[in-house]
Design a protein around this ligand. Sequence first.
Ligand SMILES: C[S@@+](CC[C@H](N)C(=O)[O-])C[C@H]1O[C@@H](n2cnc3c(N)ncnc32)[C@H](O)[C@@H]1O
Length: 272
Amino acid sequence: MEEDRRSRLAPDEIRALWTSHASEHGLDPASSWSDLRAIELEIAAISTYLEAGGDVLDAGCGTGLSTAHYAALPGVQTLGIDYIPEMIELARTRREQLPEDVRARVDFRVGDVLGLDLPDASFDRVVSTRVVINLAKPHEQRRAVAELARVLRPGGLLLLSEATVQGWTKLNDLRADWGLPAIGVPSFNLYLDQDEVIDFAVSELGLEPLGIEDFASSYYVATRVLKPLLARSAAGEIDAADPKAEFNRWASLLPAAGDYGTQKLFVFRRPL
Ligand SMILES: C[S@@+](CC[C@H](N)C(=O)[O-])C[C@H]1O[C@@H](n2cnc3c(N)ncnc32)[C@H](O)[C@@H]1O
């Protein structure tokens, strides 16, 4: 997380963007990411770490799509927080539509990952999906990761699903091999350097690294390399970037292989 790196949009512009996403897309997954299949893979990867149940914080929960899935797991009690009031309003609407037993195990409130209004050591699992990359500068990203670690109980897990420079580079190198142009970094994102994240979490926060899961590597290769190549050779108009295509459903069923996924899941444990 070098100091000279920053997202192209400033913090207030990023905030405005998420506010407009909430009003434009409502409860549709596109309010957070239009790639529903990738979100499903992310939820599945994270859910394996929630099997023990306990108190789960979903920090930067958006409209609560993933939070609602976590709350449906046995023994899980969830709190979703997001700094956009319109996102939390939508999440509360989603909550009302959940079965009564799940509804009782999920709550939402407005909150900022740069300063969580939550006590130290109050959650067994802290989840954050595609949130830290929305912080414009490396020092803000570090502050957020430190806040997430602060509210984790000893023995608890920090689960960060974030876009990495390494995954993005590998994917674009593979695309280049096949004559495809590089996929850019969105203007509102600052992708994480995975080595720096681990170094910071271990040396500054005292967390134990349990690994990085490339849960979407095959999906990225199938949808961001194979699919555009197939679309090129197909007769007629095919939108290779359409995340709702049947091809994406098939791609999401592939076992993860390789390290070509931009999005990765970092797993850390707070020592006892
Ligand atoms: C890509 S969306 C992901 C939403 C959700 N985690 C999901 O998986 O669907 C990023 C979310 O992070 C939220 N966010 C960005 N910066 C934040 C901050 N400083 N504190 C809390 N939430 C933040 C945005 O409002 C947005 O809802």
